[in-house]
Write a protein that binds this ligand. Structure first.
Ligand SMILES: NC(=O)c1ccc[n+]([C@@H]2O[C@H](COP(=O)([O-])OP(=O)(O)OC[C@H]3O[C@@H](n4cnc5c(N)ncnc54)[C@H](O)[C@@H]3O)[C@@H](O)[C@H]2O)c1
Length: 250
């Protein structure tokens, strides 16, 4: 796949869920385009391996921790300030997708999904926005589930619908600083997150997808990096669908 080139030299991007299927492709693209990176995920081992693989010594900082915890967010922002000066691009990718029908979903599971997918995104945006350079960009992570709902994943769908509303609302609030806030909304992308779902319902999902295949993580990363780039300089409060036609927003 040919890759359009963007210049993020001297820009700093903070990415959560950095070592996941999609997150690592986003980190790879930003690193290729010259950005400094602050990468946050749960486990230090995969973070260290990814940092090495990116081959951009001096431009990568890592932090292992819970991306929805305020103290981790504060630490990541302090790290960005100390290492690189400030944050220009924020991409909260971290998310979870447990399966549970509504009538079997406990309060604890509902809260856990909300805490990571929605509250964590909110806390990061709230804390980072005052510290971001004007002219920066925020790219949040929604899902086709946030538009159409998702059988056995109501908590997840509700959290992602919340991310879309949060994204649009913040776009109103940060426009005066020329900080754009957009969402990427993936369909079914081949990553560890949806392995079980694809094994169980893959065929029926493909029959509803005009391109008749699942997406690749790098295809979602391209969309996210585009939204963060100068190429998207007048795109704000938008949701970019990356789903092969599985869902077409009206
Ligand atoms: N894969 C898909 O089909 C798909 C579809 C729609 C939306 N999405 C969204 O895209 C994003 C990335 O998904 P993915 O497919 O790469 O999933 P993934 O499971 O491969 O990666 C998710 C990453 O988030 C990290 N993470 C989870 N909870 C965390 C926490 N509390 N703190 C820090 N890190 C945490 C995980 O360790 C993992 O590295 C998610 O927000 C997901 O909801 C994915």
């Amino acid at each position: 796949m040919s890759t359009p080139r963007y210049d993020f030299t001297n820009k700093t991007a903070l990415i959560t869920g950095a070592t996941g299927g999609i997150g690592r492709e986003i980190c790879r693209l930003f690193a290729d385009f010259g950005a400094n990176l602050v990468m946050l995920d749960l486990d230090p081992g995969p973070l260290a391996a990814l940092a090495t693989a990116l081959g951009a010594p001096g431009r990568v900082a890592t932090l292992a921790g819970n991306a929805s915890a305020q103290w981790t967010i504060d630490e990541a922002l302090s790290m960005a300030a100390a290492r690189f000066g400030a944050v220009d691009v924020l991409v909260p990718v971290a998310g979870i997708y447990p399966e549970s029908p509504v009538i079997e979903t406990s309060n604890e599971l509902w809260r856990q999904v909300m805490d990571i997918n929605l509250d964590g995104t909110f806390r990061l945006l709230r804390s980072a926005a005052p510290l971001m350079n004007d002219g920066g960009a925020i790219v949040t992570f929604a899902s086709v589930a946030g538009h159409r709902g998702s059988k056995n994943h109501a908590h997840y769908a509700a959290s992602k619908a919340g991310v879309i509303a949060l994204t649009r609302s913040l776009a109103h609030e940060l426009g005066h600083r020329n900080i754009r806030v957009n969402a990427v909304s993936p369909g079914t992308i081949s990553t560890p997150m949806v392995q079980a779902l694809v094994a169980e319902r893959g065929d029926s999902m493909l029959s509803g997808t005009p391109l008749h295949r699942f997406g690749r993580a790098e295809e979602v990363a391209q969309a996210a990096v585009f939204l963060a780039s100068e190429g998207a300089s007048f795109i704000n409060g938008e949701t970019l669908h990356v789903n092969g036609g599985l869902f077409m927003a009206g």
